[in-house]
Design a protein around this ligand. Structure first.
Ligand code: NDP
Length: 504
């Protein structure tokens, strides 16, 4: 296990929601579990004025650690400080630098500093520039790391410009682009399932796999995020980042070792091998977008997307996106991948389904594709892995039914030992492990694949289908899947996909 060296964590945008709801609770958990170094301090930075005490109260109120003993919380709070930037982020950081140097000396942080940029991305470059002007990117006396939040770009062009802007001041090896999906245990376990077992990898190719399906469904609508979402949409919000990262883990070749660069090199190769779709006809046939309509779920009326707060009443932003694509390499030639993400689905679930081919010679009269072998990797909820395989129905003859072989994470014992994504990612960055952070070239490769779809949809003649809130998206999405197979419409429980599940 890597060592966590003494360090200072500086959070920009510390008056925001993410700091109070995710970052400080994650730090507190790391503190409780004794993962923080002996000498450690946190400095929150933003434009709003607050004293240290007000900052401590604010994050404590929002955080979920109020149940713990007051004394314990007080000890942790003593590590939290706050510095306001008066009016804006693009100012001389003289006072900020003085505060950083003061905390570094008082708390013996050994000049090791992480700058966590939890602000709108439009401020990233200005912050990096002003830190550099004060020599705060200089690693001669101690390392300096920059964590940046998503969204990383709005298109390939904007992502490149963001990368260029950051690279002017920080080296790529200092930059950690967060994708909280990669912090999930179940996502990391894809690597272990594939590369720590000998039973899956020999089958992990075009000879045995019929198709791959990834579903990311949210049961809720856009809620209070209408303004943000209307400019983003399902493809930018989920597909380009989280879901293509999942695809990369499924598609990649075995890395030479578990070294971060080896893993990221293989992920990059995987993303580069996704077949770009540029022909409008191909795009029309292989992508489906939709928007949820006003509906009733269990007797309760829910708004349509265009009626949501801060959403344009004529909006064509997609709340449903399904994409069929191919991977142009030796392992995956001709294997279709189907990836969908949406809001207002019947349940909240994310999973990967590997659909295996039917046996080459079928001696039992059971050619139903949907009864073929499947490996289901459940990312959330009811985290686990399920293998579906044929079993003989008791009695005369050879009727075949599906049996389940399942593994559930909760069977590993105390769930409190499973780190939250932000805990894991923060600790990794503190230890200088970038395995679970996206590299510049990976992010750009993901945008290179996504951009033509977005451009096609922007043209306006691409269809946008309505779907009632609480169903599995527009009917046309069923036609995307070839042959006799169909989407697995999952339920909250991993093993249960029969019919419709209960709507949350
Ligand atoms: P907030 O909108 O709460 O903003 C964070 C801080 O940035 C604010 O406290 C504010 O501080 C400053 N800020 C906001 N807008 C502007 C602006 N236009 N100009 C200058 N400063 C501004 O965001 P969150 O805390 O929710 O998120 C922070 C980052 O993390 C964002 O990039 C977001 O996309 C990303 N993110 C957030 C998630 C979440 O769950 N909240 C999930 C995934 C990513 P002040 O005005 O005091 O300077």
């Amino acid at each position: 296990m890597r060592k966590t060296e003494n360090q200072l964590l500086v959070i920009f945008g510390a008056s925001g929601d993410l700091t109070a709801r995710k970052l400080v609770p994650a730090l507190y958990k790391l503190y409780k579990d004794k993962h923080l170094p002996e000498h450690f301090a946190v400095l929150g930075v933003a434009r709003s004025f607050m004293t240290d005490e007000e900052f401590r109260k604010r994050v404590a109120l929002e955080s979920k650690y109020l149940d713990d003993s007051e004394e314990f919380i007080a000890t942790f709070s003593e590590k939290l400080f706050y510095e306001d930037l008066h009016k804006k982020y693009d100012v001389d950081y003289r006072e900020l630098n003085e505060r950083i140097q003061d905390l570094n000396t008082t708390y013996q942080c050994d000049n090791n500093i992480i700058f966590y940029l939890s602000t709108p991305p439009s401020l990233f470059e200005a912050i990096a520039k002003n830190l550099t002007a004060k020599g705060l990117n200089d690693e001669r006396l101690g390392w300096k790391r920059l964590i940046v939040e998503k969204p990383f770009g709005y298109s390939l062009e904007t992502a490149k410009s963001l990368n260029d802007g950051l690279h002017r001041y920080f080296k790529e090896s200092q930059i950690y682009r967060i994708d909280h999906y990669l912090g999930k245990e179940t996502v990391q376990n894809i690597l272990v399932t594939r590369f720590a077992n000998s039973i899956f990898e020999p089958l992990w190719n075009r000879d045995y796999i019929h198709h791959v399906e990834i579903t990311n469904a949210e049961s809720g609508g856009v809620e209070s995020r209408g303004g943000y979402y209307d400019k983003s949409g399902a493809l930018r919000d989920m597909f380009q980042s989280h879901l293509l990262q999942l695809v990369a883990l499924i598609v990649m070749e075995p890395p030479l070792s578990a070294n971060p660069e080896e893993i990221r090199n293989e992920k990059m190769k995987a993303l580069k091998s996704l077949r770009l779709m540029t022909d409008p006809k191909v795009l029309e046939e292989n992508t489906i977008r939709g928007q949820y309509l006003a509906s009733e779920i269990e007797g309760e009326k829910v708004k349509g997307y265009r009626e949501e707060v801060d959403v344009d009443p004529d909006s064509t932003t997609e709340t449903y996106a399904a994409v069929k694509f191919y991977v142009d390499n030796w392992r995956w030639a001709d294997v279709p991948f189907y990836v969908r993400t949406a809001k207002r689905m019947p349940t909240k679930v994310t999973e990967v389904v590997i659909h295996f081919k039917s046996p080459h010679h079928q001696i039992f009269k059971n050619s139903d594709m949907n009864k073929d072998n499947k490996l289901i990797i459940r990312i959330q909820p009811d985290e686990g892995i399920l293998v579906k395989f044929g079993v003989k129905v008791p009695g005369q003859g050879f009727a075949v039914e599906r049996g389940n072989l399942d593994f559930y994470y909760e069977s590993l014992g105390d769930e409190s030992h499973i780190m939250e994504a932000y805990e894991r990612l923060l600790l990794d960055a503190m230890q200088g492990d970038a395995t679970l952070y996206a590299r510049a070239d990976e992010v750009e490769a993901a945008w290179r694949f996504t951009d033509p779809i977005l451009d096609h949809w922007k043209k306006g003649d691409a269809k946008i289908y309505g779907y009632s809130a609480g169903v599995w998206g527009p009917q046309h999405a069923d036609e995307l899947i070839e042959g006799k197979s169909m989407w697995r419409n999952p339920c909250e429980n991993l093993a249960d996909d029969a019919g419709y599940c209960v709507i949350e």
